[in-house]
Design a protein around this ligand. Sequence first.
Ligand code: NAI
Length: 254
Amino acid sequence: MSAAARDRVALVTGAARGIGAAIAARLAAGGHPVVLADVLDEVDSTAASLRSAGHEARAIRLDVSDEAAVAELPRLLGGLWDRLGVLVNNAGISPKAEGRARRVRDMPADEWRRVLDVNLTGAFLVSRACIPPLAARRWGRVVMIASQAARTKSRIAGAHYAASKSGLLGLARSLAVELGPEGVTVNSVAPGRIDTPMARGAASGTNEAFLADIPLGRTGSPEEVADVVAFLASDAASYLNGATIDVGGGSFMP
Ligand code: NAI
């Protein structure tokens, strides 16, 4: 456990379950006080289980796409706000109809907008809100949870999802340029197929078909993504900025 981590509060969005919950747990185990933000009530019990394991963890209700709600972050975090050191933009949605993404020709514009609002604008809003405390201490880490769908074609995710995650990589690059001079790095993780509630929502046969393309021959676990995020959040990643790390068992190789 790093002594420095204790003074670097980590805010993780979409942390009630799945990859976000694993990231919060991994950062907490590394000594970071963690704030878990989510729209689901489940976020309370996820944070409570971290506290019962002896970690400092707080749950907040937050819809990352709600600009007014995001503006309340300093108040919601209270005394933790000035100690913010790590932001992980993980909240995301991937709407499916009977386990399959709608094709563009069948996609309602409202569904398109909602995915962009949560996956991309949400990360913009939360990142923008967090810049003042990160820049003030001249040390910070921002990590975007993108997707393999941002890196290559996807037969599982919808066009809105692929567009939002591709946009997230662009946002990360721009922020990396803007915040680098202030000591804040911005990097992205692009997970392949990870076993979470989101992935389990796919139509039967989808995950099995994906396996053929994964040299490691299996889906990944949320913890395997969390380990890479913890590395990016640490001092060990001090010279990584604007990078994207593919965590997919080799399913996508640039
Ligand atoms: P999940 O659906 O299990 O968890 C996503 C979490 O985000 C949920 O707790 C949900 O309530 C929360 N969330 C959704 N909308 C929100 C909003 N507006 N504000 C705040 N929180 C919100 O999904 P999973 O699999 O854990 O995904 C986490 C991230 O990883 C997402 O960004 C997803 O796109 C990405 N990802 C997942 C992959 C997978 O195979 N599971 C692959 C590539 C990327």
